[in-house]
Ligand binder design. Structure first.
Ligand SMILES: Nc1nc2c(ncn2[C@@H]2O[C@H](COP(=O)(O)OP(=O)(O)O)[C@@H](O)[C@H]2O)c(=O)[nH]1
Ligand SMILES: [Mg+2]
Length: 224
């Protein structure tokens, strides 16, 4: 069965490069996040709202994997350094793409780097990017069965945001059923129900983020 070792080699090479990327992040003293969700789940909205809340005391950079720079333009308008990885229709980012994007950002001038992955709940889960935390965003309109249908994504997550909580009642979303599916795959996963529309739940997410930024800051000054 020659095909199986070939796939393993590709993933192994990706992991090796991801380890090199992690060294770059650590020596720059920044916290790096890989944000994953379905298309429209709220990745860009979470990034924009997080920037809005933290930009006065945290130096933030964003890498976006997309075919068009529409989302990135909104982020750049906030005065945030950004880098676009044109995925050319690829269904995920990999370590090679992220590594190629690093020289376009001054990592030493950042406290937080957010990578917006391609909108997809399957492929991104298989490719490590060297970040400190894989953050998965699920959203209420997608339905409460997502952990049952896309187990790899939820199993591999370090943090889970459940976005669009403002739509919970309209959608008949069963938070308990959703959480049970997650708990079986990834017991004790850090979980924040949020709404980018109303801002509900954001304080807890931002508190978690500030603590994580401090933990990875290398003791460097985090204020610009
Ligand atoms: N009702 C509601 N809509 C939201 C919320 N967050 C994002 N959206 C909307 O969902 C759509 C997709 O959001 P976007 O951030 O572009 O998702 P992305 O494709 O994952 O980057 C946009 O129309 C947003 O305005 C939320 O909390 N509540
Ligand atoms: Mg987006």
């Amino acid at each position: 069965m020659p095909e199986i070792p070939i796939v393993e080699n590709i993933l192994d090479a990706n992991d090796q490069l991801a380890a090199r990327i992690r060294i770059e992040f650590d020596s720059a003293g920044l916290l790096a996040l890989n944000l994953m969700a379905s298309p429209g789940g709220g990745k860009t909205s979470v990034i924009l709202k997080t920037i809005e809340a933290l930009k006065d005391d945290v130096r933030i950079g964003v890498i976006d994997g997309d075919v068009v720079p529409l989302d990135l333009e909104k982020i750049a308008e906030m005065g945030i350094p950004v880098s676009l990885i044109n995925t050319g229709g690829n269904c995920h980012l990999d370590a090679n793409m992220v590594y190629s994007a690093l020289p376009s950002l001054d990592l030493n001038a950042l406290d937080l780097l957010i990578i917006e992955n391609v909108g997809n709940l399957i492929c991104p889960a298989a490719f490590s990017l060297g970040v400190h935390y894989d953050v998965v965003i699920a959203s209420v309109p997608e339905g409460d069965d997502k952990p049952y249908k896309y187990p790899a994504m939820f199993k591999g997550a370090d943090v889970l945001l459940l976005n669009k909580m403002d739509l919970e009642d309209y959608m008949g979303f069963r938070v308990d059923y959703f959480r049970h599916g997650v708990e079986v795959l990834n017991p004790g996963l850090t979980f924040f129900p949020i709404s980018c529309r109303t801002g509900d739940g954001f304080d807890a997410w931002l508190d978690w983020l500030r603590t994580a930024i401090k933990a990875y800051s290398n003791g460097q000054e985090t204020t610009p």
